[in-house]
Design a protein around this ligand. Structure first.
Ligand code: FES
Length: 136
């Protein structure tokens, strides 16, 4: 297993990796990739940002770090999730965070809610009902 020469290009002496070797290589890469338990997206759209979502992500990352969860939980900034458009006055449900794979959307999340979200949802897979906007 390993290198072979394509008959059609033999005169050019070009060597290719055998597909079985490539498959084995990819299976090793997949095994070494970090499997995340959850992915938390924090909306960084204009309305959520105006009510503190950037700081919210910092607080969330600090909390996950202090709990030793940084390697298990992926966090990301997201564009507008459109929840801001569902309320009157506009933005009444901001800031918004979404947690996958459960597809749980939380609204009106504040810095003081982060401890509860991490304790209940992240560590114990329980939804924080008072912040629930939508569950897929
Ligand atoms: S800006 Fe966050 S939902 Fe629109």
């Amino acid at each position: 297993m390993g290198w072979f020469t394509c008959p059609a290009l033999a005169t050019k002496n070009i060597k290719y990796l055998d597909y079985r070797y490539i498959n084995k290589l990819f299976s090793v890469i997949n095994l070494t990739m970090k499997p995340y338990k959850l992915h938390i997206l924090v909306c960084h759209g204009k309305t959520c940002s105006s009510v503190g979502s950037e700081r919210l992500l910092e607080v969330l990352r600090d909390k996950l770090g202090s709990e030793g969860l940084t390697n298990e939980i992926k966090t990301s900034k997201g564009g507008c999730f459109s929840v801001c458009k569902e309320t009157n006055p506009k933005g009444g449900f901001c800031p918004v965070i979404v947690i996958y794979p459960q597809g749980v959307w939380y609204r009106n999340v504040s810095e003081s809610d982060i401890d509860e979200i991490v304790e209940k949802h992240v560590k114990n897979s329980r939804i924080v009902e008072r912040l629930l906007h939508y569950k897929m």
